[in-house]
Design a protein around this ligand. Structure first.
Ligand SMILES: Cc1ncc(COP(=O)(O)O)c(C=O)c1O
Length: 394
């Protein structure tokens, strides 16, 4: 039988990235106690007030068909939120509600690029980005994010990769896996490049509300001159500890959102009204959980830094936001994947290898900050023991 070429393009961009995580889950199912520091789940359940809102909407029979753009009350809530946050009016015609940031990214990329186009993106990058770009037929052009620049995308490095085929500058700030935040100066310089070369800016801001105390997130939307070329995607997955609800949105120029409508209708024919009602209520008040998560994740990143940075040749990159810290294990001589697999076997600690996040970062691991402090501390001790044993054996 013949399959479409998209299946080939995506064939190696799926499960292979999650091999350590999958193995950890298998070991857990077989009864072995594993400390799982792989995926970025919030460390609290979805707030009761949101579950109550969803239940209330279910009881009110909000289970009919919606429309491809989103429920009016949700679009109103989004318009109010962004108008307040950015300080300029954003009307409802600029929004589309879709199931999670992931679906938004898929739809937006399908609406902007195709075979022959290039998308510039930082490397390391979130595990699904390569697949998202490949699905459209476009090519991902990766720009290495350098540790000495705090892993912030460098405008000079981006400029060097722009060609006549470049269509999108794909930003992720706050960034997964590095936790880096683009500065206002970075954004101004990147925005100038986008204007000079007539590029779209696609900004994944899913960690916007998990900015650590003392750090500030800046969105490209805050620069009015970028408004006609910027598409922002976001969701309640991280900010409201609600990834399973799959509730996100895209915000872009009204004509782009209009063009996206047939795509959304073709794909989904609308999201679930009871989830839209819950999301509208959630977005109309500050998140009850984001601040607490940001504080705890910042504290745990500090704990990992204090326990591991500079010990046995290890280095820890301190994030400014998000759910992860990065550990440099190059001193062991192992790749990130070989280290993560050996750590899992020897110590029962599961971390993600840097090779799951692109090509630029080899010999690092990503540690999720979503377990409690005692388990994080215990994991650090086990990591140190493992590294010391590896060094003795070498
Ligand atoms: C950078 C980034 N973008 C998008 C997503 C997916 O978010 P959502 O649950 O809203 O689809 C994640 C999830 O971990 C992420 O880290």
């Amino acid at each position: 039988m013949k399959y479409a070429s998209v299946t080939e393009r995506l064939a190696h961009l799926g499960g292979a990235k999650w091999v350590v995580h999958a193995k950890a889950r298998e070991m857990k199912a077989a009864g072995r106690p594993i400390i799982e520091l792989t995926i970025g789940e919030p460390d609290v359940p979805t707030p009761d007030v949101m579950k109550a809102a969803a239940k209330h909407a279910l009881d009110a029979d909000r289970t009919g068909y919606s429309n491809g753009r989103g429920e009016p009350a949700l679009l109103d809530a989004l318009a109010a939120r962004y108008s307040k946050r950015i300080g300029r009016p954003f009307d409802t015609g600029r929004f589309m509600a879709l199931p999670g940031t992931q679906t938004c990214l898929y739809a937006v990329l399908m609406g902007l690029v195709e075979a022959g186009d290039e998308v510039i993106v930082g490397d390391p990058l979130y595990a699904t980005y390569e697949g998202l770009i490949a699905a459209t037929g476009a090519t991902a052009v990766k720009v290495a994010l350098r540790p000495e620049r705090g892993f912030r995308l460098s405008p000079e490095d981006v400029a060097a990769k722009i060609t006549p085929r470049t269509r999108i500058l794909f930003l992720n700030s706050p960034h997964n896996p590095t936790g880096a935040i683009l500065s206002p100066g970075d954004l101004k310089a990147l925005g100038a490049l986008a204007r000079q070369h007539d590029l779209w800016i696609l900004a994944d801001e899913v960690y916007e509300d998990l900015t650590f105390p003392g750090a500030t997130h800046t969105t490209p939307l805050s620069l009015p001159e970028l408004e006609d070329r910027t598409v922002v995607v976001n969701s309640i997955s991280k900010s409201h500890a609600a990834p399973g609800f799959r509730s996100g949105w895209a915000l872009g120029p009204a004509d782009f959102i209009d063009r996206l409508l047939p795509l959304s209708e073709t794909m989904l024919f609308g999201s679930q009204p009871f989830i839209a009602d819950m999301t509208a209520a959630a977005l109309s008040a500050p998140s009850p959980v984001a601040g607490g998560m940001a504080e705890r994740f910042a504290r745990r990143a500090g704990l990992i830094h204090d326990r591991l940075d500079g010990r046995a040749g290890l280095a820890v990159h301190r994030p400014e936001a998000g759910m992860f810290a990065l550990l440099d294990v190059r001193a062991t001589g192992l790749s990130g994947e070989a280290f993560a697999l050996s750590l899992l076997d020897a110590q029962g600690v599961a971390v993600m290898p840097s090779e799951s996040f692109g090509d630029a970062l080899r010999g690092w691991c990503r540690i999720a900050l979503s377990q409690d402090d005692a388990l994080i501390a215990e994991s650090c001790d086990r990591i140190l023991t493992h590294v010391e044993r590896l060094k003795e054996a070498a």
